[in-house]
Ligand binder design. Structure first.
Ligand SMILES: O=c1ccn([C@H]2C[C@H](O)[C@@H](COP(=O)(O)OP(=O)(O)OP(=O)(O)O)O2)c(=O)[nH]1
Ligand SMILES: [Mg+2]
Length: 145
C-alpha cells in the first residue's frame, strides 16, 4: 500500500496526481509566462505547504515537456525545506534554441515528489573506511557493455 502523508496546503490550484500510484503530483502555473529560446522564468504555483518535520519536497521536471519541448527545471531537483511556508515556485528553462515556450495559468509545468529525508551529523575522521569503488567515478566504468 502506498505510504500516505497528510500535508497542510493553501492553494487555488492544488498539485494533483494523474494516477493513484504516481510518485509525482503535477504543479500548475499560477501565472502566465513566455520563455524565449534558451530563456528561463521563475513561475509561481500559488501553492504553499507545511511539510512535516523530517520531510522534503522535490520539484522535478516533467518528461513530456522535456522530450517534446526541451523544457526542464533549471535547479532540478528544486528542494522545498520542511520549514518553508512561502509559495512554491518553479524555475523553468527552455533549452530549445529556436522556439519560445508559452505557459498559461493552469498548465502543469513540473511535478513535486514528497519524501522523508535524513539530516547528517558530520563526524570528522583522519581516514575514511575502504570501499570497493574507492575514489573512482566520473565515468570510471565506461558506457558500453
Ligand atoms: O524549486 C524550488 C526550490 C526552492 N523553493 C523554495 C523552497 C525552499 O525551501 C526555498 C529555498 O530553496 P533553496 O535552499 O534551494 O534556495 P537558496 O538559494 O539556497 O535560498 P535560501 O538561501 O533561502 O535557502 O525556496 C521553491 O519554491 N522552488
Ligand atoms: Mg538554501
Amino acid at each position: 500500500m502506498t505510504d500516505v502523508v497528510e500535508i497542510p496546503i493553501r492553494a487555488e490550484l492544488p498539485p494533483n496526481y494523474a494516477h493513484a500510484d504516481d510518485a509525482g503530483a503535477d504543479l500548475r502555473a499560477a501565472e502566465s509566462a513566455v520563455l524565449a529560446p534558451g530563456g528561463r522564468a521563475l513561475i509561481g504555483t500559488g501553492v504553499s505547504i507545511a511539510l512535516p518535520e523530517g520531510y522534503a519536497a522535490f520539484v522535478v521536471p516533467r518528461s513530456g515537456l522535456a522530450a517534446k519541448h526541451g523544457i526542464t527545471v533549471l535547479n532540478a531537483p528544486g528542494t522545498v525545506d520542511a520549514g518553508y511556508r512561502g509559495e512554491i515556485k518553479v524555475t523553468l528553462l527552455n533549452t530549445d534554441q529556436e522556439h519560445e515556450f508559452r505557459v498559461e495559468v493552469g498548465d502543469r509545468i513540473a511535478q513535486v515528489v514528497f519524501t522523508p529525508v535524513s539530516r547528517a551529523v558530520f563526524a570528522p575522521v583522519a581516514e575514511l573506511p575502504d570501499s570497493e569503488r574507492g575514489a573512482k567515478g566520473f565515468g570510471s566504468t565506461g558506457v558500453r557493455g
